[in-house]
Design a protein around this ligand. Structure first.
Ligand code: NZQ
Ligand code: ZN
Length: 392
């Protein structure tokens, strides 16, 4: 196991009616004038926004709004939010929504206190040293942004989707997580979230660092719980306990605990981010296509972790004569069946992308992420081209 620092200071307030505590939590973290960021209207329709505003009013807090953040959020809304926050003297950013809203809130939070272009942080020119505090009321378990220091934004000029990773500066101060808020999620979004959280663990599980038994076992446990709870939420969207288990899994999948002490991979995410940048598909659905193709490709080079995944996570028994490669392939078939069972695509065509421009995807990928990507197997442009071909 490698040395590591695990820093996860977010205060998670989990359970029924917890959104009524939002005002109290903003106050605890010294917010006085709040910018509420939200998406295309689900929080208005559900009445959540009104309840959050009431909770802020009860604490005597001023608040203004930035609405209409779209999935795969773009830099134009971040610039708009930075200007608004500066003009209005905002000292706290409150994201009410999912990953797209939270990531926009984080972009605004670091941009407001920086003299230059906030994009400098995303393209790696500058490191975030300070940011306004961010709080979250989560409405979709998926991206894990409520417990991560990361933010993913697409620059409209050139459709460049980049992730900014910070150790602590952009970790939310608090995350309100009421599973009831997820009852209104459409099945497709629920399933996208399930795939995304599984992918966040798989990116960390496929590691060449030896002797990480505890991190492996934590990862396997969370993956098994997700796969057991997933059919329940798909079948009964208002099953509180199933929604609660899925919601907390989404946070554990991405707050860093499943990666402690080892080198992580992240090739599948980089490969997918090019897809969602170019074709504006839902990130989780893109991953349902990417992850099995990536697993298939790396199984031919290093099948050991794929075999362990098949045995320990999916419960596939090794038959006499089965090699690690055989086991890995059986696992991949089983994972694809699972994704299909919750209504996810497993090919680009099923995702709605016909005749994808694979050369452009590969070119952008290595332009943005370097010559070689991935921690488990280092992939060149020739390798990633074959992975995109497997996805077709
Ligand atoms: O905009 P509204 O009307 O709110 O609708 C949203 C949106 O259309 C809807 N929704 C959310 N909660 C709902 C709901 N509909 C009904 N009831 C509710 N309770 O769901 C749709 C998707 O929302 P979005 O925020 O885009 O979903 P998600 O949380 O999956 O976020 C995806 C974004 O996060 C990035 C992805 O790349 C993508 O841009 N990621 C961020 C990460 C991070 N910051 O750490 C890591 C991830 O790997 C990921 O890359
Ligand atoms: Zn993801």
């Amino acid at each position: 196991m490698n040395n590591f620092t695990f820093w996860s200071p977010t205060k998670f307030v989990f359970g029924k009616d917890t959104e009524t505590r939002t005002g109290e939590l903003v106050k605890e973290f010294s917010g006085k004038k709040v910018l509420i960021v939200y998406g295309g209207g689900s929080v208005v329709r559900s009445g959540l926004l009104e309840r959050v505003k009431k909770s802020l009013d009860e604490q005597g807090m001023n608040h203004i709004e930035l609405s209409g953040i779209k999935p795969n959020p773009t830099d134009d809304r971040v610039y708009e939010g930075i200007e608004l926050a500066r003009n209005e003297g905002i000292d706290f950013i409150l994201a009410v929504g999912g990953g797209s809203v939270i990531d926009t809130a984080k972009g605004i939070a670091c941009g407001v206190l920086y003299d230059g272009d906030f994009w400098d942080f995303y393209c790696g020119k500058k490191i975030v040293e300070k940011a306004l505090p961010v709080g979250v009321v989560l409405t979709i378990p998926a991206a894990g942004s409520e417990g991560s220091g990361n933010s993913v934004i697409t620059k409209l000029d050139g459709l460049v989707k980049l992730s900014l990773r910070t150790e602590s500066a952009l970790r939310p101060k608090f995350a309100v997580m009421n599973p009831e808020l997820t009852f209104t999620l459409p099945p497709y979004q629920t399933a996208c979230g399930i795939v995304d959280m599984m992918a966040h663990i798989i990116e960390r599980y496929f590691s060449t660092t030896p002797e990480c038994e505890i991190t492996d076992r934590v990862s396997e446990g969370v993956l098994k719980a997700i796969m057991a709870e997933a059919p329940k939420v798909m079948e009964s969207p208002c099953d509180y306990d199933a929604r609660a288990n899925i919601m907390w899994s989404g946070t554990l999948a991405h707050n860093g605990v499943c990666g402690t002490g080892r080198v992580e991979d992240w090739a599948s995410h980089f490969i997918e981010h090019e897809l969602s940048a170019l074709y504006d598909v839902a990130h989780g659905a893109g991953l349902a296509v990417t992850v099995p193709a990536w697993m298939t490709y790396v199984a031919a080079i290093n099948p050991s972790k794929g075999a362990q995944f098949a045995e320990r996570v999916l419960g596939i028994e090794r038959c006499a004569g089965d090699s690690d490669h055989d086991m890995a392939l059986k696992g991949i078939a089983c994972l694809k069946d699972f994704f299909r069972s919750i209504g996810m695509p497993v090919t680009m065509e099923e995702l709605g992308i016909k005749n994808a421009d694979i050369d452009a995807l590969v070119k952008n990928l290595h332009l943005h992420k370097g010559e070689l990507i991935g921690g488990y197997v280092k992939l060149s442009a020739a390798d990633t081209k074959k992975i995109y071909q497997l996805m077709a």
